[in-house]
Design a protein around this ligand. Structure first.
Ligand code: ATP
Ligand code: MG
Length: 418
């Protein structure tokens, strides 16, 4: 027996209404802030990710689905959205449009991650990118959009954690101080973190190893090493967040798992669960567009894990998910009535009703079929109705039925809809 590949899942018809609700709620939130949807291909030239995300990161180091196509081109399934969106921004000359360009995406990503609850190999992300402005007000905007789209969806009890990791030029002196602090702890670190101390000590700060987390508590803070521009940006952002009444916690261990971040980084976590279950993560990436071959362009964005949102929604039993209305069932007995039912079904669908044709069985079994679908109305056509050019409309909840002409059917159903 075949199974869906490890770390993937099917979204079954019964779960679709929920998924549609999540997609449209998130999209509406983004649109209400003036963001437009962008869809990029599921795979990209591998270099788009290699160049931007960083060689020492989890994503590039061990999670990418990379392959050569039959023409020998190196391609990768998209592990994250930002690099692909920036590639599209440059390719389509968006720097010539009104800046900042505000974009959002709702798309599957692919990572060879270790599957567990809330961690998949095909994962769904909702993300936004605001490209072309360095104003801290834009940082506030995307953070506010993140909080409000999660809250509108029905997630409560969220914690916003922020930090500033400064500009690329501020990084070397901070990394030097960090290394100096961490080196005496070398023996206490796990193998992975010992390696990180050599290649990318920043990564130790967001290590998932408990010992490293403890050691990192007292590590030097990146916010003490900011250059004057980055410092001003950081202080302005904190003022703006206070002004907007958005609660936040500053966590100097927050550095984010991708190399392209500069200045502001942030995460949104469920209050009761902490960093392992981060729902939304993002930050500034002022150097990324240039790294990918564009002109220097400040930008900021975030990505949120839809799978984790859904897990938390189910846990919080938040919000009523509007279910689609059950179909009107067409029941019939006899060949000509059946043909007539098919025609009337078409008529009703054209008037925006959902309609299914009952399977050819006894009338009684067709009514059972209608009940099992949750149909509130059944339109019955037997030989008698057919010859009289009428239909019988059965109200399943009330358990009564009314004979009417075809002309009367549509108004009767529309009235019933309200
Ligand atoms: P983690 O530290 O949990 O691996 P990450 O830093 O790799 O997260 P990002 O690249 O920032 O995650 O992705 C943004 C969001 O996407 C995460 O906060 C999370 O909600 C979601 N996400 C990341 N990886 C997965 C996955 N394998 N399965 C489901 N959701 C994921
Ligand atoms: Mg990860």
């Amino acid at each position: 027996m075949y199974q869906a590949p490890r770390g993937t899942y099917d979204v079954l018809p019964s779960q679709q209404p929920f998924w549609r609700y999540v997609e449209s709620s998130l999209s509406n939130s983004a649109q209400s802030f003036g963001y437009s949807r962008i869809d990029t291909p599921i795979f990209e030239d591998t270099n788009v990710f290699l160049r931007s995300v960083g060689l020492e990161t989890d994503i590039i180091g061990k999670e990418m689905y990379t392959f050569q196509d039959r023409g020998g081109q190196d391609l990768s399934l998209r592990p994250e959205g930002t690099a692909a969106v920036c590639r599209a921004y440059i390719e389509h000359g968006m720097q010539n449009s009104t800046l900042p360009v505000r974009l959002f995406y709702y798309a599957p990503m692919f990572r060879y991650d270790r599957p567990q609850a809330g961690r998949y190999r095909q994962l769904q992300q909702f993300g936004v990118e605001a490209i072309g402005d360095s104003d801290p007000a834009l940082d506030l905007e995307v953070i506010e959009l993140a909080m409000s789209s999660l809250q509108t969806l029905g997630l409560k009890n969220l914690r916003l954690v922020i930090n500033s990791i400064g500009d690329t030029v501020d990084r070397p002196s901070y990394i030097k101080a960090l290394k100096k602090y961490l080196e005496p702890h070398y023996e206490s670190l796990g193998k992975d973190d010992q390696k990180r101390l050599e290649v990318n000590p920043l990564r130790i700060l967001d290590s998932k190893d408990e010992k490293a987390t403890k050691i990192a508590e007292a590590a030097p803070k990146s916010t003490d090493f900011l250059g004057s521009d980055a410092k001003q940006h950081w202080e302005s952002l904190l003022k703006l967040l206070d002004f907007a009444g958005i609660n936040y916690e500053i966590d100097h261990k927050l550095v984010r798992g991708l190399d392209y971040y500069t200045r502001t980084v942030f995460e949104i976590q469920p209050l009761d669960q902490g960093a392992q279950s981060t729902i939304c993560a993002g930050g500034r990436y002022d150097g990324l567009v240039e790294t990918l071959g564009g002109t220097p362009t400040p930008a900021i964005g975030w990505a949120a894990g839809v799978d984790r949102m859904i897990l938390n929604l189910l846990k919080e039993e938040a919000g009523e998910v509007p279910l689609p209305s059950p179909p009107i069932t067409m029941a019939y007995s006899g060949e000509s009535p059946k043909m007539q039912s098919i025609s009337i079904a078409r008529l009703l669908r054209n008037a925006d009703h959902t309609v299914t044709l009952a399977p050819q069985r006894s009338l009684r079994s067709q009514l059972r079929y209608a009940a099992s679908l949750g149909s509130k109305y059944v339109v019955i056509i037997g030989e008698k109705e057919f010859s009289e050019e009428t239909v019988t409309l059965r109200d399943m909840d009330a358990g009564n039925q009314t004979s009417m002409t075809l002309e009367e059917l549509l108004p009767a159903l529309s009235k019933a809809k309200k």
